[in-house]
Design a protein around this ligand. Structure first.
Ligand code: 5AD
Ligand code: SF4
Length: 469
């Protein structure tokens, strides 16, 4: 028996052991035991949380929408400092719930927990936390939970090996039955100088195409029609495999799976985006017309200091080439304002790129100093008030451009995957291939289906439409 198989068995044994405990407690309390998983950060975390939910359900817990319950997990993010602060603030509130409910378990996982200083601080100042585990130990969640129950003491498990391959064999509770994320790679090797991800998520590692295809086929058999291939830099997928294959080739293979109707992916690094990928996207019927292409800055000088390996000009050329080959494509981006040394002229260059490209939407961030990254010790950190002023100017431009782009589609009829009911009666909400949101005057029976919708009105960042069939 391989180590992996034995490990999977251990996880399932632990699930059964915890289930016996929850069943017993539930009888004593005369009610089910409830859980809540709160996710911070990116799509990868959202996907990891589906695993945690799947395992918690197998352990006999029932999902609830409040954190005042029997098992709360925070799946954390640490990309920016305020993400960390948010967690510390919320932990105090959880302690209040725990004082009323001695059965309550509190677990912390995700990127923030990959840092030693953070874990030390939590152990010291928040001793009521029962379980801390890192991104590399997610697949051991069941065994670790069992240990907390059996030893009746807190458990911390971090960075010891990488069990990510195991994760796919464990239960999962998808938020949507008809769409799912699929991890194709883990970690990041790029070391952008502002970013903490390579330090917490570790080195880049691609899953084998066979494993990915097996998972996508299984999802397709289970009713999934849209998949999102996930990785910090999907464009470098497969380069380090024993039998290297390109990301474009992986897309070609996934496209052949009949049940899958839409394919998305996230995130692309401009330095690795190949012509082969553009060709595959241009000729594909299933790959969605959306590309997230983080710019970070429009100043070549700053890009160099960010260690991004492209220039203002090469980025613009790339974006224009993509728009030319795939005219319907929605381009979205990430931009950082106030990177150390950012001058007014550097910032103007970012504004110029945004004005020229006209993104369909953009995430804009104020630079956040992350201890341990090269940028944290760079001279000329930009004062906060300057950052805020630049941020507001950028946001105004980004939004004006995005509104202009969105108007192009008003009056058109396009396929929409209906995802959920809307708070407003008589409306359901879905997404275009380009990822824009559409509220459709239609019934809930359309949820999970791709339907043609006439986009009657553009409301800036979303559309209101009617069924066209
Ligand atoms: N400060 C601000 N934004 C950051 N990002 C990553 N690190 C930082 C940081 N230290 C942003 C980048 C990245 C996105 C996921 O988060 O724009 O693309
Ligand atoms: Fe961070 Fe750069 Fe890696 Fe993205 S590519 S995760 S910004 S280091």
């Amino acid at each position: 028996m391989t180590g992996t198989t034995e490990n999977i068995k251990n996880q399932y044994r632990a699930i059964e052991a915890v289930k016996a405990i929850t069943e017993h407690t539930s009888i004593v309390l005369g009610r089910p035991l409830y859980y809540h998983v709160t996710t911070f950060g990116c799509q990868m975390n959202a996907h990891d949380s589906e695993k945690l939910r799947g395992i918690l359900e197998e352990m006999g817990y029932v999902e609830t929408d409040t954190e005042d319950c029997d098992f709360v997990i925070y799946n954390t993010c640490t990309v920016r400092e305020n993400a960390d602060k948010k967690i510390y603030g919320r932990l105090g509130r959880l302690n209040g719930f725990k004082k009323k409910n001695p059965h309550m378990m509190i677990g912390l996982c995700g990127c923030m927990m990959q840092q030693k200083e953070v874990v030390e601080k939590i152990k010291k100042s928040y001793p009521f936390v029962d379980l801390i585990f890192g991104t590399h130990n997610l697949s051991e969640f069941a065994v670790l939970t069992r240990k907390v129950f059996e030893d009746n003491s807190a458990v911390v498990k971090l960075l010891d090996g990488d069990n990510s391959g195991l994760l796919e064999s464990l239960p999962s509770k998808r938020k949507y039955s008809f769409k799912s994320g699929v991890n194709i790679m883990y970690g990041c090797n790029n070391f952008c100088t502002y970013c903490i991800v390579p330090y917490v998520r570790g080195r880049e590692y691609s899953r084998s195409p066979e494993d990915i295809m097996d998972e996508v086929k299984r999802l397709g058999d289970d009713g999934v029609i849209e998949i999102m291939l996930l990785g910090q830099n999907v464009n470098s997928y497969g380069k380090t495999l024993d039998n290297p294959i390109s990301f474009a080739e992986l897309l070609r293979r996934v496209e052949e799976i009949d049940a899958i109707k839409r394919i998305r992916f996230m995130t692309s690094h401009p330095k690795d985006l190949s012509d082969e990928l553009i060709d595959v996207m241009a000729s594909s019927k299933k790959i969605c017309t959306h590309l997230h292409l983080p710019l970070q800055s429009g100043s070549t000088e700053l890009l160099k200091r960010m260690n991004r390996h492209y220039t203002k000009e090469s980025y613009i050329d790339l974006a224009e080439k993509i728009r030319e080959r795939i005219p319907d494509i929605a381009l979205t981006t990430d931009i950082i304002v106030g990177f150390p040394g950012e001058s007014e002229k550097d910032f103007e260059e970012t504004m110029e790129v945004v004005d020229r490209i006209g993104y369909d939407s953009a995430f804009t961030f104020i630079y956040s100093k992350r201890t341990g990254t090269p940028a944290a010790t760079m001279p000329d950190q930009v004062p906060e008030d300057v950052c805020h002023k630049r941020f507001d100017r950028l946001l105004e431009l980004v939004q004006r451009k995005a509104r202009e782009r969105a108007l192009r589609l008003e009056g058109k009829t396009l396929p929409v995957l209906i995802e959920e009911k809307n708070r407003e009666k008589g409306l359901v909400t879905g997404r275009l291939s380009n990822n824009s949101t559409v509220h459709v005057r239609a019934g809930e029976e359309n949820i999970g289906k791709i339907v043609n919708v006439s986009l009657k009105e553009c409301k800036g960042f979303y559309y209101i439409g009617d069924l066209a069939d």
